[in-house]
Design a protein around this ligand. Structure first.
Ligand code: F6P
Length: 536
């Protein structure tokens, strides 16, 4: 990393850093001071192995890496994706309309088109080929064209507006067609609308699902143009490719090359969110994200939530050598948040070459994974507590839940369940930090909990469209800040291209008639291909 002096000092501080138990013994009130808030979210990082001198050095590292300069470039739409020579201006998608400058007017125009489309579908003006109203919508997309809409739709289902509740929104992403197979098994072709969501409109996973759907529909109606007009909407940055596929302009929504795929849920890629929950909920989500953008833009580095998350991550990975990071939301509605972050963090920062193309001699993105915390307690927490692997964790928790259900017969029980959930979340971060010695000493070797596993707790007042928008934007800016410090480009993903290319080369070799012996295939792949062919 750029600041050699600060990194040397940080390595030294890491070598002498006491355990969490000792840090709390030195400063029993650190729980009240090692915290920061912004955009309605509180971050408690007192259970991270840092002290004020470490924080000062980390802030210096960020300054010297140019975080503030790069942040300004990001937020004003300058080129920050240097290998692809474009902006990464997802923040423009959630800026209030009155702040839109000329290049951003198209954002509001597409939002208006999206609103009209949502109205038509929800009100029943849009009909299927036989004149029936649409009851089901299936989003066909993968990666950023799937994970964001899926995660948000699931998280905010309780907030769905009445007009949206009649529609059932489904997601199919897998290239093997298995999700589609399950859906087509029970969906009615006359009343189902398919969204083909693909920034590039070249992704084989999505296009093969779309082609399968088109054949399925053709089996029920032989007017192919009518089928496409009534049952497909495309969302892409390539109007030309959507047109080549057969989508008329009225069935297209657009976004732009300057929106990265994994940052695209704020664009028209959010159509499934708007259909499932309502356009005003989608707008609230955008507003929540904008609040975090403003916090990120204005707060001083050590008071800045995304910067703090980034610095703590860098401290853990590069100085404490903790290369695994668990995301643990204590809320069933955030079931798809960990997989969403897996793409956001690892596709963005899973890099080993600098912006200038030089190999790096330090670690970047840790392995990041997660699960609903309370369920993970019964799955992989054993490893967190007693395994040999150091893991840093993010706990995500809402203080309030179910209060809108006062009229509901089971509301008291549900609120009691939420208290139980909170108790579990707090118990886990406590045991991870302090282990058995500090909590309940035991002589039994199998009941030893070493503790000293660092964690942060992100506390929301409640999970709602605004706070979810802010939470997602928080992690987006964290990823960006880390990338600046690691001197990598978080906005490209060259690492996923070779696999796609090789799959295309292999596909014809799986045919019965293909001569596989004369190819340059490695012996493992050749033997596997032959075994697969023999099983047919
Ligand atoms: O293959 C990786 C990737 O390019 C992701 O970055 C992207 O979110 C996903 O594929 C889907 O791409 P598209 O929206 O162009 O279909």
């Amino acid at each position: 990393m750029k600041n050699v002096e600060a990194t040397d000092q940080l390595h030294q501080r890491a070598a002498e850093m006491p355990s969490l138990s000792t840090l709390f013994a030195f400063d029993p009130e650190r729980g009240g001071t090692y915290r920061v808030s912004g955009a309605g979210i509180q971050l408690d990082y007192s259970k991270q192995r840092v002290d004020t001198s470490v924080l000062t050095l980390l802030a210096r590292l960020a300054e010297q890496a140019g975080v503030e300069i790069e942040r300004a470039r990001l937020l004003t739409g300058e080129v920050v994706n240097r290998t692809e020579n474009r902006a990464a201006w997802h923040t423009a998608l959630r800026a209030p309309a009155e702040q839109h400058s000329e290049p951003q007017r198209c954002v509001e125009e597409q939002l208006q088109r999206m609103t009209q489309l949502v109205d038509k579908i929800q009100s029943g003006v849009w009909r299927g080929f036989s004149g029936k109203r649409i009851t089901d919508v299936v989003n066909l997309g993968v990666g950023g064209s799937d994970l964001g809409p899926l995660m948000v739709t699931h998280a905010l289902r309780e907030y769905a507006e009445p007009a949206a509740r009649a529609l059932k929104v489904h997601f199919a992403s897998t290239i093997d067609g298995s999700q589609l197979f399950d859906l087509l098994d029970h969906l009615n072709p006359e009343t189902t609308l398919f969204i083909i969501s693909s920034k590039s409109f070249t992704t084989i996973d999505t296009l093969s699902n779309a082609d399968t759907v088109r054949s399925w529909l053709a089996g029920h109606c032989d007017d192919h143009a009518l089928v496409v007009r009534c049952h497909f909407v495309g969302v892409s940055a390539s109007a030309q490719r959507m047109a080549d596929w057969g989508l008329p302009p009225e069935n297209q929504l657009h976004f732009w090359e300057w929106v990265g795929g994994r940052f695209s849920l704020w664009s028209t890629i959010g159509l499934p969110i708007a259909l499932a929950l309502g356009m005003s909920i989608f707008r609230q989500l955008l507003a929540g994200a904008h609040t975090m953008d403003e916090h990120f833009r204005t707060a001083p580095l050590l008071q800045n939530l995304p910067v703090m998350l980034a610095l703590l991550g860098i401290w853990n990975v590069n100085f404490l050598d903790i290369r695994a990071h668990a995301i643990l939301p204590y809320d069933g509605r955030l079931k798809y948040f960990p997989p969403y972050l897996e793409q956001l963090e690892m596709e963005s920062n899973g890099k080993s070459v600098s912006q200038a193309g030089e190999p790096l001699d330090y670690s970047t993105c840790p392995v990041l994974w997660g699960e609903i915390g309370a369920n993970a307690q019964h799955a992989f927490y054993q490893l967190l507590h007693q395994g040999t692997q150091a893991v840093a964790s993010d706990f995500i928790l809402s203080a309030r839940r179910y209060e809108a259900l006062d009229h509901y017969a089971h509301s008291e029980q549900l609120q009691a369940q939420h208290q139980l959930n909170i108790a579990n979340c707090l118990a886990q971060s406590r045991v991870l930090a302090f282990g058995s010695e500090a909590v309940e000493p035991s002589d039994n070797p199998w009941r030893q909990y070493p503790g000293n596993q660092p964690s942060s707790t992100l506390l929301l007042e409640r999970l709602d469209p605004q706070s979810l928008g802010a939470l997602i934007a928080l992690y987006e800016h964290k990823v960006f800040t880390q990338a600046v410090i690691w001197d990598i480009n978080p906005f490209d993903q060259w690492g996923v291209e070779l696999g796609k290319q090789v799959a295309l080369q292999l596909q014809p070799l799986l045919a019965e008639s293909a001569d596989i012996s004369g190819t340059t295939l490695d012996s493992s792949t050749r033997a596997l291909a032959l075994s697969i062919r023999a099983h047919r």
